[in-house]
Design a protein around this ligand. Structure first.
Ligand code: TPP
Ligand code: MG
Length: 892
């Protein structure tokens, strides 16, 4: 009668229940665990078949998933690893404390690393494999706020100098410093992935793991057992991106993916779930999504207690204790823990009676016990068939004692007093002299010390140091022939949209013997919208399982073809997921040493507006590739209305330093930009990427004017000169993308009806013009004694006569950005305001960007210059049927 049921049970039922449990125990005792598991499943099925309700729970009890009897033995020297970890801890602490002593408010975090140290160190000593000549290595996303610990380890490894540590968060100091968080842009030889914007690294890791499979299935890299590890905070799991793609990982059986959640139960302000259980909540979410979930809650000190807990009483009690209370146990005494955990039941009290209060207080948590962590990691790397999440219970600010351990304020902790440092040194057994404590000196034992030798040996076995970023791809060979010649000659009157033209180019690239296999078309369920369905058949949609069904449209030419070696990443409706794929592909030149060229095409409104932070992360990752904003423009996407019509993205593209943004109008402009982009990124090795908007309005594509290449790339070129250059009334009209043709129409209107001779310029990139302008201004600022440089806009328009009018399908801010470098003020027409569901013509009238408004703006400018009378403009308003009482699109 050893077993006491945990569920409320009538006395007369007990005997029967015991019988069942004893039978079950007998199977387990025979070592037939698999059979025991099958019996449970069969009984459950039987119950359902008989209509007996089976209560649903996605949770297991609040105990470690790996039973002590199943725990793999620790394969290292625990004592020496403890010393190494203490050294790392000390130097991480010293780095932050020193930085803040010298420069008040420079910031830095010590509490996050305090909690994650064991989780990292077990990985560094035993699991994280470096990228070598023969092995691609593991891909690791390290929790950003724990960066000091990663630097401290690299210091002990001899990879970073004390000077660099000294300059933590002081990157502009002579000799360089260390960036606050993982930033490949700022430390391109160290960090591989930016992880500090919460939620982005988990989703990037999922798609990274999937992209690795994609490369294998397409035969672009050998199949290996390389893993993708992502370390994240428990608070971070509240970001929708963190959990938003976890079902993709299980659906794709990504057993190359391991999440480690640092469950210190705290975020910045306080507990993650004071009134609940973040570990249980995450367990249910991940198990429900089909992940292998390993809880590492309790350290080895707890094993004997659980051994005694045959009736599950302790597990039940621990499961009832909410996280807010667990946090309190950290700051309270052992007596408090005894009273609150064990006090409620004499049987529990008895279980803990052999432990002193001090022993009780020191009972370790799973995430701080290398043995438990090691066993979990080993189980994770050996697990097959699904991704693994390890939920490791840790303590925020571990080691800071009363100064911060487990306290709500610990996240912000940057300064500690000497007593805390002394206590810290004692607690971790550091042999640090008093003067070193006072000065918070960095401390590195000699190369011949057992600690340094051991850690170097471990890293050697694992192939070298991590993290480390290296570009291993070779640039593509020089290419003389223009791949896109056919797109430069015009469509001979055939009406095509720029999207169709782009898809034609994509098809051409996919067939190219040199770059064809490197192209990665990515779509979030909009391939048909963009007329890309012809590519389904051509290169197939990637599916790790091939196609297990006969597609409903099998008998059509363009059927939905899924294939194991398919090339298109059809991501479904997830711009965040697609962008994560884009990042994986666009950084494969470094991660995998393969020059993958992603083309991610999406509704332009749902790109920069929706997932700008991931695009920022792409820039930081030194991504290459092309983002295509499809169905672009506020007035071009007729009918759709305000959620879809994009007049914003070119403004939102401005802040991202490495993103080159273009709003082309014609096929030859796109061809020129892509051709040059491939050259710059993949032959010349520039870490830039592109944003190109393409539209769905069909019109005849003209041939490329001679000599326009440079202007297309630099941002503007003269497209069509005025017929009568000698006319008294002159104007320069600037048009972009969708609105360029309205500008061309306005040119004719102005000439025919008002005797104004206007030159028309195609402005392909306000961002390029703006960047050139500010760069030139800066140079002139710093070189007063030298001949001033002239911005491209000023140089190009130096002799351009007449008034200036610019129109685009985006905010009026764009032309205004470059007006200071123009010879005169520019009248700016654009599409500020909410979109409308309407026809193109009505929309262009509503937003005042059609040919009539462009002509009116030109006449109004001529009036301001005193070149014509007001009556001419008033008459034009009548002739052009412009309603002056119409609503203002900005505010209506
Ligand atoms: C998108 C985003 N929002 C907010 C922050 C600011 N921030 C930095 S750390 C932090 C708390 C992190 O808590 P948790 O994920 O639990 O990590 P821990 O430090 O507890 O390990 C917050 C809110 C951020 N870095 N990114
Ligand atoms: Mg946390």
């Amino acid at each position: 009668m050893a077993v006491q049921p945990v569920i409320p049970t009538e006395v007369d039922e007990l005997e029967e229940i015991w019988e069942w449990i004893e039978s079950f125990d007998a199977v387990v005792e025979q070592g037939r665990r698999d059979l025991a598991s099958k019996i449970l499943q069969e009984i459950r099925n039987r119950a359902l078949a008989c209509g007996v309700p089976v209560p649903f729970t996605a949770n297991t009890p609040y105990v470690n998933t790996i039973h002590v009897s199943q725990q793999a033995p620790f394969a290292g020297d625990q004592e020496i690893e403890r010393k190494i970890k203490s050294l790392v801890r000390w130097n991480a602490l010293a780095m932050v404390v020193r930085a803040n002593r010298v420069e008040h408010n420079i910031g830095g975090h010590i509490s996050t690393f305090g909690s994650v140290a064991t989780l990292f160190e077990v990985g560094f000593n035993h699991f994280f494999r470096a990228r070598t000549k023969d092995f691609e290595g593991d891909t690791i996303y390290l929790q950003g706020h724990a960066a000091p610990g990663v630097y401290a380890r690299a210091f002990l490894e001899g990879r970073l100098s004390a000077q660099q540590l000294e300059n933590f968060r002081r990157e502009l100091k002579p000799g360089g410093g260390l960036s606050s968080y993982p930033h490949p842009w700022l430390m391109p030889e160290f960090w591989e992935f930016p992880t500090v914007s919460m939620g982005l690294s988990p989703i990037m890791a999922i798609y990274q793991a999937r992209f690795s499979r994609y490369l294998e299935d397409r035969g672009l890299k050998p199949k290996t057992d390389a893993k993708v590890w992502a370390f994240l905070g428990d608070g971070e799991t509240d970001e929708p991106e963190t959990l938003g793609a976890i079902t993709l990982a299980s659906r794709e059986h990504l057993d190359n993916l391991i999440f480690v959640v640092n469950c210190n139960l705290q975020r910045l302000d306080g507990p993650v779930r004071g009134n609940g259980h973040i570990i249980q909540e995450l367990e249910a979410a991940f198990r429900g999504a089909g992940w292998n979930c390993i809880k590492v809650i309790w350290g080895s000190d707890w094993d004997p207690l659980f051994e005694q807990d045959v009736d599950g009483l302790l597990a039940k009690r621990l499961g009832e204790t909410v996280d807010g209370e667990y946090q309190k146990f950290i700051v309270e005494s052992g007596a408090y823990v005894r009273q609150h955990v064990f006090g409620g039941d004499p049987r529990l009290m008895k279980m803990a009676e052999h432990l002193s209060d001090e022993e009780l207080h020191k009972m370790r948590h799973g995430g701080h016990d290398p043995k438990k962590v090691y066993a979990a990691y080993k189980a994770a790397v050996e697990h097959t068939g699904s991704p693994t999440v390890i939920l490791a219970r840790t303590i925020k600010g571990y080691g800071l004692g009363e100064a911060g351990e487990g306290r709500n304020v610990t996240h912000q902790q940057k300064k500690v007093d000497e007593d805390t440092l002394r206590h810290f040194g004692e607690r971790f057994g550091l042999k640090i002299r008093e003067d070193q404590i006072e000065q918070v000196s960095f401390y590195r034992p000699s190369d011949s010390s057992p600690e340094i030798k051991y850690m170097q040996e471990c890293r050697k076995k694992l192939g070298g140091y991590v993290p480390q970023r290296r570009v291993r791809s070779k640039p593509l060979p020089a290419h003389e022939e223009n791949l896109f010649t056919e797109f430069l000659t015009g469509s001979e009157g055939r009406e095509v949209s720029t999207t169709m033209a782009f898809v034609g180019m994509l098809r051409k690239m996919l067939r190219d013997p040199e770059i064809g296999k490197l192209i990665v078309p990515i779509v979030p369920d909009e391939a048909r919208t963009f007329g890309m369905e012809s590519l389904f058949r051509l290169v197939g949609i990637y599916s790790s399982q091939g196609q297990l069904y006969e597609p409903v449209d099998m008998n059509t030419l363009l059927y939905y073809k899924e294939a194991k070696d398919g090339q298109i990443l059809e991501e479904g409706i997830t711009e965040a997921g697609s962008l994560s794929s884009f990042i994986a592909a666009g950084s494969a030149y470094a991660t995998h040493g393969i020059n993958m060229i992603p083309f991610f095409i999406f509704y332009s409104m749902f790109g920069l507006q929706r997932v700008a932070d991931l695009i920022w992360a792409a820039a930081d990752t030194r991504c290459r590739g092309f983002l295509l904003g499809g169905t672009a423009g506020r007035t071009t996407l007729a009918g759709e209305g305000l959620q879809h019509q994009d007049g914003n993205s070119h403004v939102l593209a401005l802040p991202i330093p490495t993103l080159h943004a273009y709003d082309p109008a014609f096929a030859y402009e796109i061809a020129t930009i892509i051709e040059d982009g491939i050259d710059r990124m993949y032959r010349k090795g520039e870490s830039i990427f592109y944003y190109i908007t393409v539209m769905n309005e069909p019109y005849a594509m003209p041939a490329m004017p001679a000599g326009s290449r440079e202007g297309i790339l630099k941002g503007m070129y003269k497209l069509r000169a005025a017929n009568n250059g000698k006319s008294k009334q002159r104007a320069q009209l600037f048009g972009s993308g969708a609105i360029l043709r309205e500008v061309l129409k306005a040119q004719e209107l102005l000439e025919e009806k008002y005797g104004v001779a206007a030159d028309v310029w195609s402005v392909t990139s306000y961002k390029a013009l703006y960047s050139d302008g500010i760069e030139t201004d800066r140079w002139n600022l710093l070189h007063p004694g030298e001949k001033p440089r002239v911005p491209y806009v000023s140089e190009t328009l130096a002799d351009a006569p007449g008034v200036l009018v610019a129109a685009s399908d985006y905010l009026k801010a764009l032309p205004n950005l470059v007006s200071k470098w123009m010879p005169r003020r520019v009248a700016s027409l654009g599409t500020d305001g909410f979109g409308r569901s309407e026809s193109r013509d009505s929309l262009r009238n509503f937003f005042e960007v059609d040919a009539r408004f462009i002509a009116l703006a030109t006449l109004r400018e001529l009036l301001s210059e005193g070149k014509i009378q007001a009556s001419v403009v008033q008459q034009a308003i009548k002739d052009l049927a412009i309603d002056v009482k119409k609503p203002d699109p900005l505010t209506s």
